[in-house]
Ligand binder design. Structure first.
Ligand SMILES: *[C@@H]1O[C@H](CO)[C@@H](O)[C@H](O)[C@H]1NC(C)=O
Ligand SMILES: *[C@@H]1O[C@H](CO)[C@@H](O)[C@H](O)[C@H]1NC(C)=O
Ligand SMILES: *[C@@H]1O[C@H](CO)[C@@H](O)[C@H](O)[C@H]1NC(C)=O
Ligand SMILES: *[C@@H]1O[C@H](CO)[C@@H](O)[C@H](O)[C@H]1NC(C)=O
Ligand SMILES: *[C@@H]1O[C@H](CO)[C@@H](O)[C@H](O)[C@H]1NC(C)=O
Length: 760
């Protein structure tokens, strides 16, 4: 789309060229993208994460898993750590070695006007395993990149000797703020980083191993001076580099960032006469991640490979943000690219630059054989080498498939895995880290329909997630950030307390075990899973939780309660009946007997129902959730007065009952003791109290005038000052009284643990 725009010298404002993109500028013009079904605040004990942190240690930027998956190596500022992660809980520090920049380098760094507080340290930027007994690490080393080998003895790190410190230019950036990538393939290290102090000379380089050291050519401008590398992915014959840089091929932009994939051949040995010690197979192409007719997500932030067999069907998943910021936060997208699509573009036409006009256009002349830039070009094929010096940009772009578009979220990192559901069907699970420290677990369902299972805020103070690493054997994700290392279990299925909740969660890691009557993770268990209940594609509990055959339609009768909470209180007391709101995707409503609650006779405050207990308000109260077309009671109360107990409705006979004691009762006409500071809560209680008092007054002297006055008073109290949220709207989710899960919500109570019988 961007390509086909007419070439002109006039600098037309970008947005005017693409009117549909204006849509994106207006909130509400498009949806926000899928909402996380459950949100956990930092420190929520229903989704606990284990943190390793230690005084004096910071910037846990590089993560490396040992081959057996039981040890995690971490490159932090001025040190390298090894963790035993075989046991759940806080990662166990096994050994730690310091690796600081030398005092001289630190002095030089400060002398060059860099900060001794934030920059003149050794930030580890490369950490790879050479073999079972050796690691290779590089760091910024106070703006003077250095590398070293680190010996491993019995899984412990052996301290680094000064004489083993090597120059790391081209392997680690100088500036910790610069992006970088590194991958070790067949004993050779491929790096993409900044090659100079000023940070305007990017490089793709190969070092170590037996093959010649090769670099990109700086003078031929194969990379723009601001190229920013985010990932490197080896394939059978080539190594891919993912990066962003200023685009020069679109001359109507002042400064447009574009995402790229470049590739070099593993068998490249450089040229003999031409391109000595330079890549002879460096080619790059544009990566496009956009929804049709929308502003592209043009800035790549991270990319990972999902390997497959055959390797050509492997896919790359990448997160992008847009250069254009609307409001406070950027928008993000995740796109899927197939390796075969990428390879096809590198086998297609080249672009060339007209030297006079400095414009890029499609090259349509003859192409020598073997193709310039291909892996079969020899070091002496001067014709191909001459050609590729100028023709390193491919004409076509690699177009990705957007799997997730999310407004107002800035994703910075991702990790992916394939998860099998109980039937063995595979689903792509993406863990997405944001710039403010939240983690989204996204599941790509049928027809690339992506839903967000949960959002976990990992840190108390918002800050970016620096790195994510999935340790499949541990069933956990490891997160590096400025202050430490976190272990995040893949899922906590126990938060889903009923089969309905478990099915609606649509988490491929969680299924309802009808024998244990619990939502369980089925990672590494040898149980027969055939009776376990799950529905990732549709999240339809009516189908998933039914006993026996059941159509997959959403249409079904409403289910009766499974548990009744009995509340017995003195007449005229005020009751607060909580409704645990576990899902952000559900809508909640209350009923009294079978009829929806009239807001005039009651108030829903933050999800809870506020009641003034009087003769006619007794009976059955239920809070219902409707999600995904499915309605079910979340909680059911039987309300009666102590003075005059109400016999249970015969229709409800046989349903288990549980007495709920006074925490629900805000004590009658006596002064309020519950310390609630919320203004609107206060208003409701005041209204109800007024009702009590006026009721009493009317009782004493039933003067029509006084009744009128009391009513006036009630209405007056019900009117909030401008700017206050109306308490009756009940729009914000509720604060549950105790032992509940989610951001605000509570656990599903025992109510609906077995939908089975009702549905079948
Ligand atoms: C998982 O959820 C259950 C129920 O809410 C809670 O008791 C438990 O502590 C949670 N476990 C973790 C590891 O978060
Ligand atoms: C940085 O330098 C300043 C002044 O030279 C000094 O006061 C400060 O303690 C130094 N900070 C560190 C972390 O070395
Ligand atoms: C690891 O590689 C180093 C050389 O890079 C070699 O000296 C050492 O013997 C190797 N160790 C193993 C276990 O292969
Ligand atoms: C699965 O569990 C068994 C023992 O229950 C253990 O031996 C095995 O290593 C585990 N597999 C993984 C991948 O964790
Ligand atoms: C509703 O409950 C949530 C959950 O704790 C709380 O954060 C929020 O402040 C409450 N809303 C109001 C208006 O009190």
């Amino acid at each position: 789309m961007v390509h086909s725009a007419p070439r002109s010298n006039s600098r037309i404002p970008f947005l005017l060229l693409f009117p549909p993109m204006l849509l994106l500028l207006f909130p509400g013009g498009l949806g926000q993208g899928p909402l996380p079904r459950v949100k956990y605040a930092a420190g929520d004990r229903h989704r606990s994460v284990s943190l390793f942190s230690k005084e004096g240690l910071q910037d846990f930027d590089e993560l490396l898993l040992s081959e057996d998956g039981a040890t995690l190596y971490v490159g932090a500022r001025d040190s390298i750590l090894a963790f035993n992660i075989g046991k759940p809980g806080i990662p166990g520090l096994q050994s730690m070695i310091p690796w600081e920049a030398s005092p001289k380098k630190k002095r030089d760094c400060v002398f060059k006007k860099k900060s001794n507080e934030t920059e003149c340290f050794n930030f580890i930027r490369v950490l790879v395993a050479v073999n079972a007994s050796q690691l290779y690490a590089c760091g910024t080393y106070a703006f003077s990149p250095a590398c070293t080998y680190i010996e491993l003895k019995d899984f412990s790190l052996v301290p680094i000797l000064e004489e083993r410190i090597l120059d790391g230019k081209g392997q680690s950036p100088f500036d910790p703020a610069h992006k970088h990538t590194a991958v070790l393939v067949d004993g050779m290290l491929y790096t993409g980083t900044m090659n100079n102090f000023l940070g305007n000379e990017p490089i793709v380089m190969r070092t170590l191993g037996t093959q010649p050291v090769l670099k990109t050519d700086t003078f031929l401008l194969w990379l723009q001076s601001d190229a920013s590398f985010v990932a490197s992915i080896p394939s059978t014959q080539v190594v891919y580099f993912f990066f962003g840089e200023t685009a020069k091929e679109f001359d109507f932009f002042e400064k447009l960032t574009i995402s790229r994939v470049a590739r070099v051949c593993k068998n490249d040995v450089g040229g003999e006469k031409l391109l000595q010690k330079k890549w002879t197979t460096f080619l790059k192409a544009q990566l496009l991640c956009a929804q049709p007719g929308q502003l592209p997500f043009n800035v790549i932030r991270h990319a990972v490979l999902m390997p497959a067999d055959p390797p050509a069907s492997s896919r790359v998943y990448a997160v992008f943000t847009s250069q254009w910021q609307v409001g406070e936060t950027r928008s993000s997208a995740v796109c899927e690219f197939s390796l075969s699509d990428i390879e096809k573009v590198f086998e297609g036409k080249y672009k060339e630059m007209n030297k006079e006009s400095s414009r890029w256009s499609t090259y349509s002349g003859p192409v020598s054989n073997p193709r310039p830039g291909s892996c079969s070009v020899g070091p002496s094929s001067d014709k191909a080498l001459t050609f590729v010096k100028e023709h390193f940009l491919m004409d076509e772009k690699v177009v990705g498939k957007p799997l997730l578009v999310k407004l107002d979220v800035e994703y910075t990192k991702l990790a992916v895995e394939m998860a099998k559901d109980v039937r063995g069907q595979g689903y792509l699970v993406m863990y997405l880290g944001t710039n403010i420290g939240s983690l989204h677990k996204a599941v790509v369902g049928k027809d690339s329909d992506t839903h967000l299972v949960e959002e976990i805020q990992l840190f108390q103070e918002p800050e970016p997630i620096r790195n994510l690493l999935l340790a499949p054997a541990q069933g956990a994700l490891f997160v590096g950030y400025s202050g430490g290392l976190l272990r995040v279990p893949r899922a906590n299925c126990s938060v889903y307390r009923s089969c309905i909740d478990c099915a609606l969660a649509r988490d491929p890691h969680c299924a309802w075990d009808p024998v244990e009557r619990a939502c369980r993770i089925f990672f590494n268990i040898s149980t027969d899973l055939t009776s376990w209940k799950q529905d990732i594609d549709l999240g339809n509990p009516a189908w998933a939780c039914a006993n026996g055959p059941m159509g997959r339609s959403h249409h079904r009768p409403q289910s009766p309660p499974q548990l009744i909470k009995e509340v017995s209180a003195p007449l005229h007391s005020i009751l607060e009946l909580p409704c645990p709101q576990t899902s952000t995707l559900a809508t909640y409503h209350w009923t009294h007997r079978a009829t929806p609650i009239q807001t005039s006779s009651s108030a829903v405050y933050n999800g809870s129902l506020m009641l003034l207990l009087q003769a006619e308000v007794r009976g059955l109260y239920q809070c219902w959730a409707t999600e995904n077309g499915f309605t079910h009671p979340v909680v059911s109360y039987w309300i009666q007065s102590q003075e005059d107990p109400l016999p249970l409705d015969p229709e409800l006979a046989g349903i288990p009952r549980e007495r709920v004691e006074t925490p629900l009762t805000v004590g009658g006409p006596t002064p309020l003791t519950t310390p609630r500071s919320y203004w609107s809560h206060f208003i409701i209680v005041t209204v109800l109290l007024a009702l009590v008092l006026s009721g009493a007054l009317i009782g004493l002297a039933s003067s029509p005038f006084r009744a009128f006055q009391a009513q006036r008073k009630v209405q007056g109290c019900g009117t909030l000052p401008p700017g206050e949220k109306a308490p009756l709207s009940g729009e914000p989710p509720l604060q549950p009284p105790k032992d509940t899960r989610t951001l605000n919500g509570g656990g599903v109570d025992a109510d609906n643990n077995q939908l089975g019988t009702e549905v079948a």
